[in-house]
Structure formats: C-alpha cells, structure tokens
Design a protein around this ligand. Sequence first.
Ligand code: GLU
Length: 500
Amino acid sequence: MQQNVRTRFAPSPTGSLHIASIRNALYCYALAKKYKGNFVVRIEDTDQSRYVANSIEEIFKVLKYFGLEPDESMFHGGKHGPYIQSSRLHIYKKYIQKLIESGNAYYCFLNKKEIETLKPKYKGRGFRSPWRNAPQTEIQKMLSQNIPYTIRLKVPENQKIEFHDAIQGQIIFDTNIVGDEILIKSNQFPSYHFAVVVDDYEMEISHVIRSIEWLPSTPKQILIHKFLNLPMPIYAHPPVILDPDGGKLSKRKGTVAAIEFLKQGYLPEAILNFVMLLGWSPPIKRTYGEKEQEIYSLSEFVELFDLKDINKSNPTFNRNKLIWFNQQYIKNINPDKLTEYFLQWIKEFKNNDNDNVLINKIINDNCLIEKVKLLNTRSKTLEELFDGIKFFYISPSTIRLHEIQQIAHFFNQIEIIFENIYSLIKNMPEDTKIWDHQSWFVEMEKISKKYGINKGDPFMLLRILITGNTVSPPLFESIQIIGKSEVIHRLEKFYEYIKK
Ligand code: GLU
C-alpha cells in the first residue's frame, strides 16, 4: 500500500464497547499493522451528556485484553494529541472560523422550539435554517446581544456528492437530502461531524473504518473536507452484524458488550477469531473439497487482512459458533497459558463473588495447572472450568443420595459396597502419586464382580462421593490430585450419613 497508513478507532465513552466495535477496532488495528503504520485510538466525547463514568478505562482495558494495543492514544501518547476531543476545543475553533469566513457555515439562532416547528416542513429533505441567508448586520446584532447560537454547515443545493467506499463501492448522495448539520453546538462544543473531520485531518488519518451506520454522515463530512480544502481519507464502512433471529445484533437478544463475553469466560483470542470471520473472507486458495481454515491468530489475520476481502453482505452472529471457537481455544491452547488466563480471569471477574475462600485457594494453588489439564477438554468456557475445578478444593456440600439412588441399581447393597471401596482406599499407600492405576482399577472391578453389579457402579458411587457429580474429570487422576486423606475424609462423611 501507498502512503503511511494511519487508522483510528474512535469510540465514544457512552457505555460498554459493543462486540461490533471490537470488529471495527480489529480492522483498524490490522490494516495499520499490516502496512507498518499506526493504530490511533481517539476518544470522542463531544456529547458530554452521554458520558458514562469509567467507560474510557473500560475501552482501553478491553482493547488490551484483545491485544489491540494502540500506538497513539491519551494513555499511549503520540505527537498528534490530545487524543480526547474535549481537550481539543481550541483546535476546532480555527477551522470553524475558516468555514464561516468562506461562507460555508453560518450562525443559526433558532431555539429548540423553533426547530421542532420547522422540522415537519423538511421531511424527506435536508433541514435548512432560515438564518442560512440572513444579512450580516442581523447576525452581528444577535451576536452582540449574546443570543445563544449554533453554527451550521451550509450544504449546497442540487449537487451530487460521490465517493468510493472501500467496502460498499461507489456511493452517491443528493445534497438536497443532506441537512445543514450543526457544527458547533450552543455550548460551544463541536458536533461529532465537525470534530471528526478536523481530527482525522490533524491526526493524518489515512483510512476511516467504521460501522455502516455512519455512512449517511459521510456526505456531510466530505463537504466539510472540501470546504476546508483538506485531503480525504479512504472510507470503509463494514456492514451491520445481524442477530440469527433477524434484525441488528442487540442487547435485548443476548450479550453484546465485549466485556460481558470476557466475564462469561470466553478467551479473548477465541472471541477475536470469531469476530474476524464475521464478514471477512480469507484470501486463501483451497483445492476442491478442502476444509476452510477457521482458526486464525491475530498475527495471521494481520498478515492476510485486506479491506477488499470484507463482504458487503451482513454477517450473522452465531452464538453457538462462538462457543465452538472458545472450546477449540480452551482445548488447544498451551495449559500454562490457559492457567494464566484462568487466574487472570478469576482475579478480574470473580472478585465480587461469594466464593472468596475457594478463589483464594485457587489463586494460591501451586498445582493449579495439573487440575486445568484434567478439565481443558471438558470446558467450553472459563466459567465451566471454574465450576468443574471446584471439587478439588471443596468437598461436595450435600450427599446426593437422590442421584445415587437413580444411577445405582445396587441401592440395597450400597452400604457393603461402600465399605469395600472405603477399605480399598484406606489400605492404599499415603502418597497417591505412587498408586498404580491398573491395580487400583482391577481391585475396583473385583468389587462389582463380588456383588454382581455393573462394572461401572463402584466407580460411579465413588465419583459422586468425591466430586459431587455424575460427570467429572478422570476419577483416578482426580483422586491422585485430591490426596488420600481428603478422599478418606469425603468418604467418611458419607459413612456417617448412612450410619445415621
Ligand atoms: N464516535 C463514534 C462512535 O462512538 C465513531 C464514529 C466514527 O468512527 O467516525 O461510534
């Protein structure tokens, strides 16, 4: 690619980052990295009334989780700062002055009520204020009386605005349907439309990649560029992500905030991989019948990424597919790394839980990795891993007699069978690490033979008593990890129970 690639991700601090924003951030990041350019993060806070506390911190935290680390931002520095719009008010001033002087923007003294009254007249057409052509003397009079005003863009009539969108192709807008947008609000803050143009120029942004929802704003921004004689960035508007039930992906139908997915125990790499394939077709040639590659690391994506491979059609957010990706990552990631993720996740997202004792035990466990290794093929999320790992640290709280009753056809002989299992374990060496799996297994099988019950029954009874569940990681390995004395302790709880 040609020039110095500089992309920007420009979230507003109005709440949690939507998963669709992660896709935009990913595209911006990938394009910049591919061409050794810079990925800029700019905070767009011109609408101060919509500011949500802590959302700036959350934006940067989430980007960090996904490995989409900015090269320039309010926290990373850079020579195009400040990187938050509310600290750039002095910069917008000189540009608005130019627009007024050239007659491409005008003071408007309409109040809210007057605007509401005028609006119906402009239905289907671009709004025009009666102040658009007011004589200079009248404007000066109003200004000298300190009447509140806004500054509006003077959109020319009967023109066509044409531009090439790198994803959507050739786009044409009729200026008659483009309203005289407010550029400076009555509180003297710039509007989004104005600030975005000034900032993209000042920050030397080469590519503006943002959701298609911003496409209707583009003609206004192009006009501002033209009036100010500024070079235009390349625009690319990826399509909206759809919910499988139809309509736009929205929080009424399930999780959409990136931080929520992380909280639920999805690995950042898995989410990112899933997001990569929402509308991007990898430029990989396949021979007939060859399976499509689905697993991509961020660096592979960066290498392959090109705007031309983003589809115009809307991708669908298939939540089951996301679970599938997560499962693949949990299963295949190096157990060291998974353990690290798991610990990080617990510290970050489990700290408000009632499980404090358990959490402390997990955090201080030097042998956590052994347990993780037994569960990584059985957990679809870190939350499931957390649920699955609990029994290593805390003994089952209640004796699940009901469950035992259902699975054990030997209920009438349960006491004697239990005693056999108990004494088998009691007679094993203290150090479970030296137990021999095969001989333990043979001894357990002998019990079933002796009492004419199914081979699996003693194992199932033991499993329920040790883990509190009918499904668990391999029993022998679990016992080895729990240790003999704790196993005996758990069995004795049952012993007391049946003796009552
Ligand atoms: N600040 C806008 C948002 O929060 C982004 C607009 C843009 O990228 O031009 O979605």
